[in-house]
Design a protein around this ligand. Structure first.
Ligand code: SF4
Ligand code: SF4
Length: 363
């Protein structure tokens, strides 16, 4: 049974609810239901190479989309005649996802391996981020975009996204998963370029937590914490971990810039795949910070999984479903200084999708 709850306009978003403390099997069952409802068999050509794109979780992270989902989606790809592989790209910052060897080890620790899934796990941009393809920028901000090689070469893609808040974009969902996750190393640098932290001398308590968490050693301790602008890769970890509010960003310019670039990256990929990419958003274990942070922070009760062929519509619907459930604007409350709607509005403006959608709720 399905119920439509908005007047028909723009794109369609399907939503399958899950229990508030859902299991991996609940999420996998919801994904399979969406597969059938969205008729995803139709985007899988015989013997085509199909990317399942997701974040494998940062070291000690627990909230990522569980392996049972990728496994179930991979089985459906196989049944439709395609050849699935699970993929993500390396991070800019040091850590367990900075190169393919460590990244695959971490993936295996989190339950993502050929043995557990039944199909290969491939790092999309090579051993150290060297595999990327240069495309013309699809809109006005970026002249070129750099897409991770395996993401570009895939014949089709299923984007599995854990919906969260995000310290620089307000919300991290399908648009960000594609933009950063399928952005090559140069692409990630390009998107983050404008954002450098500001260290406030009067608030710094010289605790050193920022130094411990900075992945590239860009902070030193003089009388207070001091930034090396050249070395900083704008990952935002110092902001997330400073317990005294001594790290800030000029969000007004950097967040808008970042969100515009994210939308352009997503558009470049979306157009490249031309109808052979689908987006499944997991509105489960929602936290203030994204999976890269792996902090032990409170999680919202699980809602369900939303699916669409339109990355803007599925992200807009995910935020709206959260707001409806909690009676407040969840991402604005998490990040009051940011406007996460910027990525949606700008994305719509450049032709990525529509903020107007018809929501079809499955029982
Ligand atoms: S974490 Fe914050 S308070 Fe501690 S040293 Fe760094 S900037 Fe200063
Ligand atoms: S944003 Fe902060 S943690 Fe990240 S590289 Fe720059 S100084 Fe280091």
């Amino acid at each position: 049974m399905s119920k439509k709850s908005k007047p028909a306009a723009g794109s369609t978003v399907y939503f399958v609810p899950v229990p508030e403390s859902s299991t991996p099997q609940d999420m996998a069952a919801a994904a399979v239901k969406l597969w059938e409802r969205m008729k995803l068999d139709t985007i899988i050509a015989d013997k085509s190479l199909v990317a399942i794109k997701q974040h494998f979780g940062e070291k000690n992270g627990q909230n990522f989309v569980p392996p049972a989902v990728a496994k179930a989606v991979g089985q459906r790809i196989r049944q439709a005649g395609g050849k699935p592989f699970l993929t993500d790209s390396n991070t800019l910052y040091n850590g367990m996802r900075a190169n393919a060897v460590d990244h695959l080890e971490l993936a295996r620790e989190h339950g993502f391996s050929h043995e557990t899934l039944g199909f290969p796990v491939i790092i999309a941009d090579g051993l150290k981020g060297e595999s990327q393809v240069t495309l013309d920028g699809p809109a006005k901000t970026l002249k070129h975009v750099f897409i991770a090689g395996a993401g570009y070469m895939a014949d089709a893609a299923i984007i599995l996204t854990h919906v969260t808040g995000h310290l620089a974009a307000g919300m991290g969902a399908a648009i960000k998963n594609v933009a950063m996750g399928f952005g090559g190393r140069a692409g990630k640098l390009q998107q983050h370029h404008a954002a450098k932290p500001i260290f406030k001398k009067d608030k710094c308590k010289v605790c050193g937590r920022c130094i411990k968490h900075c992945p590239v050693g860009a902070i030193t301790m003089k009388d207070t914490a001091v930034l090396d602008q050249e070395r900083c890769i704008s990952c935002g970890e110092c902001y997330a971990f400073c317990p005294h509010g001594a790290v800030g960003f000029d969000w007004s310019t950097t967040s808008t810039d970042l969100q515009h670039k994210m939308a352009e990256y997503c558009l470049a990929y979306h157009r490249e795949k031309a109808g052979r990419v689908a987006y499944l958003n997991f509105i489960t274990r929602v936290t203030k910070n994204c999976d890269c942070m792996a902090t032990d922070e409170p999680r919202l009760p699980d809602l369900g999984v939303a699916g669409s062929f339109d990355p803007i519509a599925v992200d807009a619907a995910s935020a709206a479903l959260l707001d409806e459930r909690h009676g407040r604007n969840v991402f604005s409350e998490y990040w009051p200084q940011l406007d996460h709607n910027t990525q949606l509005a700008y994305g719509q403006q450049i032709g990525l999708g529509s903020t107007q959608y018809e929501l079809v709720r499955e029982d």
